[in-house]
Design a protein around this ligand. Structure first.
Ligand code: GTP
Length: 367
C-alpha cells in the first residue's frame, strides 16, 4: 500500500471514530501515525531524487520573504504589480500564474521578497516533486499573506488553512512549550511544571513507541498543550510556525457592512487592487508583522549614512548584526559603539551580546 492510501485509511478511521474520553487514546495514536506518514510524503526518500519536475526554487534574497497564497483570480498578480517592481502577468482568466516571479517590495529601506506561489498549493500535500518545492518555499517565508476574495464565501480560507496545516505549516501559533530530547539510554522521562490537562504519560509513551523512540526527555511547560502539539514537537524539523496575514481583496465589489465585518476579524486587512484602496495599509501591516528594525552604520571618521539603513530582526544582538554583514565579520570584532535608544549614554561601548533598538547607529570596531 502506498503512503497516500495509508493516509486515507487513517483519516477514514479517524472520521469514523467518535470523539470522547474513551477514544482519546486511540485517536491520539492515529494522529501520531498520520503525522509520520505526512512527513514521509514530503521528505524526499533517502537516496532517491529530490522529486524532479520543473524547478521551483526561489533563492532567498533581501531582508525577508513573504509568500502569497490564494486561489486563482483573487488578485495576487494585481497586488504584486502594485506593490513591487517586478510585474507579473494579469489576465481575467484563471491560473495565469504558472511560475513564481518573485517581486521586491522596498519599504523603510528594507528589501522584502514577495513570492507568488503557483495557484493554491493544492496537491502539494500529495508529495509530488513540484508541490514539494512549493511547500519548501512557503516554509522558509517569514510571513504568509493569504489573499482572499471578499466576494467569495468563508470556505476559501478554511481550505487553504487545511492545506497549509497538512504540509506542516502552523499559522499564527507559537511553538508549543515542550522540551524534547531523544537519548540513547534511560527510558522515557516525563516532567512537567503542572500536569497537562489533555495529555497523559501513557499516550506520550505509546506515541513515542510508534516512532521507535524508547529513550527521551520530555518536559512540558504548559498545561494546555494538546496531543497535536506533542506530535508537532516530535516532528519538529518538518513543522514551521509562521505568522499569517489574511488579506481580502475586491472590497469594491461588496457592501460596506460586509467590508466592516471582514475588517474586524483578527490578523485581517482589506483592500481593492482595482480601486487602489488599502494597499498602503497592507504594506504597513506587512512591515509590522515582519517585526524588522532599521539600523544605521557608521564608519570611523565618516558621518552616518542615513540614506542606506541596514535591516535586522527585532531583538537582534550586535553578533547578529555582524552576521548579517558577513558570516566571518564577528571574528575580527573588538567592540561596537552604539548611539540610540538601546544605550544609556551615547555612544556606548558594547559587546556582541548587546540588543539593538530601532534606528540605533552602530559602529563596529575591528581588532
Ligand atoms: N472587482 C475587483 N476585481 C479585481 C480586483 N483585483 C483584481 N481584480 C480582477 O480579478 C481578476 C484576477 O486578477 P489577478 O491579479 O490575475 O489574480 P491572480 O490571483 O493573480 O490569479 P492567478 O494568476 O490566476 O492565480 C482580474 O480580472 C482582475 O482585474 C479588485 O480589487 N476588485
Amino acid at each position: 500500500m502506498g503512503i497516500l492510501e495509508k493516509i486515507q485509511q487513517i483519516e477514514l478511521e479517524m472520521s469514523r471514530t467518535q470523539k470522547n474520553k474513551a477514544t482519546e487514546y486511540h485517536l491520539g495514536l492515529l494522529k501520531g501515525k498520520l503525522a509520520k506518514l505526512k512527513r514521509e510524503l514530503l521528505e524526499p526518500a533517502a537516496g532517491g531524487s529530490s522529486g524532479g519536475g520543473q524547478g521551483f526554487e526561489v533563492s532567498k534574497t533581501g531582508d525577508a520573504r513573504v509568500s502569497l497564497i490564494g486561489f486563482p483570480s483573487v488578485g495576487k498578480s494585481s497586488f504584486l504589480s502594485k506593490i513591487t517592481k517586478t510585474k507579473s502577468e494579469v489576465a481575467s482568466y484563471a491560473f495565469t500564474t504558472l511560475t513564481s516571479v518573485p517581486g521586491v517590495l522596498e519599504y523603510q529601506g528594507a528589501e522584502i521578497q514577495i513570492v507568488d506561489l503557483p495557484g493554491i498549493i493544492h496537491g502539494a500535500s500529495d508529495g509530488k516533486g513540484r508541490g514539494r518545492q512549493v511547500v519548501a518555499t512557503a516554509k522558509t517565508s517569514d510571513l504568509i499573506l493569504m489573499v482572499l476574495d471578499a466576494t467569495k464565501g468563508k470556505n476559501q480560507r478554511a481550505i487553504l488553512e487545511k492545506e497549509l496545516e497538512n504540509v506542516g505549516i502552523r499559522l499564527n501559533k507559537p511553538k508549543p512549550n515542550i522540551y524534547f530530547k531523544v537519548k540513547t539510554t534511560g527510558g522515557v522521562k516525563l516532567l512537567f511544571t503542572s500536569p497537562p490537562k489533555n495529555l497523559d504519560e501513557k499516550l506520550i509513551t505509546a506515541i513515542l513507541r510508534d516512532y521507535r523512540i524508547h529513550n527521551a526527555d520530555v518536559l512540558i511547560r504548559d498545561e494546555n498543550v494538546t496531543v497535536d502539539d506533542f506530535i508537532d514537537i516530535i516532528n519538529d524539523s518538518h513543522i514551521s510556525y509562521i505568522n499569517c496575514l489574511y488579506v481580502y481583496n475586491k472590497i469594491d465589489a461588496v457592501s460596506l457592512e460586509e467590508v466592516d465585518r471582514i475588517a474586524r476579524e483578527p490578523q485581517t486587512i482589506v483592500m481593492s487592487c482595482e480601486m487602489d484602496l488599502g494597499l498602503d495599509d497592507v504594506v504597513e501591516e506587512i512591515w509590522y508583522q515582519l517585526n524588522l528594525l532599521k539600523l544605521y552604520t557608521k564608519r570611523r571618521g565618516v558621518s552616518v549614512n542615513f540614506s542606506d539603513p541596514m535591516v535586522v530582526r527585532n531583538g537582534s544582538t550586535i553578533e547578529q548584526v555582524c552576521d548579517s554583514i558577513h558570516k566571518d565579520f564577528k571574528h575580527g570584532f573588538k567592540y561596537a559603539l552604539v548611539w540610540g535608544s538601546s544605550t544609556k549614554h551615547n555612544p556606548q561601548k558594547c559587546g556582541l551580546g548587546h540588543v539593538v533598538n530601532d534606528e540605533d547607529v552602530v559602529s563596529i570596531i575591528a581588532k
